[in-house]
Design a protein around this ligand. Structure first.
Ligand code: FES
Length: 108
């Protein structure tokens, strides 16, 4: 696969440490984060049923994301610290226009 199919995301863990992760185009953000062994429970394994993959997305990137489904919004409401930029990492597919996106892992 050529580098054209790779993109980069910046991810901050709960200790505020940033990591730059490489991802394939169309990869799911939750899989990229867990694949890099960063701390993310993702206990429902991407079924949009647990909210333990909760992240805050740097607001400048929000418009580039597909809008959340009603199911995702409902799960975000169950998190402890929902914000306007809350998303579930298992529902974010990494498209080229998300290259360089910054997210912060929140967990449930
Ligand atoms: S992994 Fe459970 S909602 Fe994302």
């Amino acid at each position: 696969m050529s580098n054209d199919n790779k993109l980069t995301v910046q991810v901050q863990d709960s200790s505020k440490k940033w990591m730059e992760l490489k991802a394939d185009r169309d990869a799911v953000l939750m899989r990229v984060i867990t694949g890099a062994k960063m701390e993310m429970e993702a206990s429902c394994d991407g079924e949009c049923a647990c909210s333990t993959c909760h992240v805050y997305v740097d607001t400048i990137w929000l418009d580039h994301l597909e809008p959340p489904t009603d199911e995702e919004l409902m799960m975000i409401e169950y998190t402890d610290k929902p914000k306007a930029n809350s998303r579930l990492a298992c529902q974010i597919k990494l498209k080229p226009e998300l290259n360089g996106m910054r997210v912060q892992i929140v967990g449930k």
